[in-house]
Design a binder for this molecule. Structure first.
Ligand SMILES: Nc1ncnc2c1ncn2[C@@H]1O[C@H](COP(=O)(O)OP(=O)(O)O)[C@@H](O)[C@H]1O
Ligand SMILES: [Mg+2]
Length: 271
């Protein structure tokens, strides 16, 4: 992933964030029972990596992502983003993109992207400039004045990505962001995301239940699975933070494909 000596990346690699998840567990206490969603999960993500978290529905992917985002606290263990705990959401360190675009319908694309900045009291002119930059990055220059109902599904998801990136966080977490899109738009958005990743040197953790999407996008695939025989309530879950062997073969092929797609446009070698 090192850029070649004669190529200047658009952002220095030092901007990328690191993630450490150590022996993390999550137990949901409901009125009727305790649900152990995650048990003893450990995972290291190095700065600048594009890690795809894949696993069946209900295995705890969203829960893990929410904890990395500071939106939920783990029951046990430690999570560090850039070597510091994340007790609450911190948009300077972590941007989040959810499955549904979840835009405010009464705000324009631009205003939606500005929203997290407005919450933090950033001045109007600075907000506008940053929102315009973020919209440009996701290929929506000139669409800022449109309302969500005037945008396609893919465009709305781009606005969400722009909103997740508007504060230029070193870590971007994405929870099945393309799940609601048709296959062709997913592929285009995947390419677009790789372009953005290559251009900004961010660390990305991308959740999906699609193996195809995982193989297409990932630097590294992390497979989450239910332990054998632990289906149902109080199921313990585990992360194998390695590329599993059948995917490793495909990964080589995919890596070459991605080099072909990303390298000429950005000058940053994605491998
Ligand atoms: N707020 C909650 N209260 C109780 N159980 C929950 C809650 N959120 C998630 N769970 C349970 O935790 C497990 C993991 O959920 P989730 O992280 O959403 O899985 P995934 O994103 O992989 O589909 C599931 O069994 C789910 O039912
Ligand atoms: Mg989920």
């Amino acid at each position: 992933m090192q850029p070649l000596a004669n190529v200047t990346p658009l952002k220095p690699a030092a901007r990328a964030g690191s993630i450490a998840v150590r022996n993390v567990g999550q137990i949901f206490r409901t009125s009727t029972q305790d649900v152990e969603a995650l048990s003893d999960v450990s995972l290291e993500v190095k700065p600048g990596r594009f890690v795809v978290l894949v696993g069946p529905s209900g295995c705890g992917k969203s829960t893990l992502l929410m904890m990395m985002a500071g939106l939920r606290q783990q029951t046990s263990g430690t999570i560090l983003i850039n070597d510091a705990p994340i007790p609450q959401p911190d948009p300077d360190r972590v941007g989040v993109v959810f499955q549904e675009p979840s835009l405010f319908p009464w705000l324009t694309a631009e205003e939606n992207v500005e929203f997290p900045l407005a919450l933090r009291g950033v001045a109007k002119s600075e907000r506008r400039t940053k929102a315009e930059d973020a919209l440009k990055l996701v290929g929506l220059e000139g669409f800022g004045k449109r309302h969500p109902h005037e945008l396609s599904g893919g465009m709305k998801q781009r606005v969400s990505i722009a909103r997740g990136m508007v504060q230029d966080p070193p870590v971007l977490l994405m929870d099945e962001p393309f799940a609601a899109l048709d296959e062709q738009t997913r592929m285009t958005m995947g390419d677009e995301l790789l372009r953005i990743w290559a251009a900004t040197a961010k660390t990305v953790v991308f959740v999906t239940h699609s193996l195809t999407e995982a193989v297409y996008l990932a630097d590294e695939v992390v497979v989450m699975s239910a332990r054998p025989g632990a289906v149902g309530d109080a199921a313990a879950r585990r992360v194998d933070s390695r590329v599993v062997s059948p995917l490793a073969v495909l990964d080589d092929y995919r890596g070459l494909e991605r080099r072909r797609r990303v390298w000429p446009r950005t000058g940053r070698d994605p491998l």
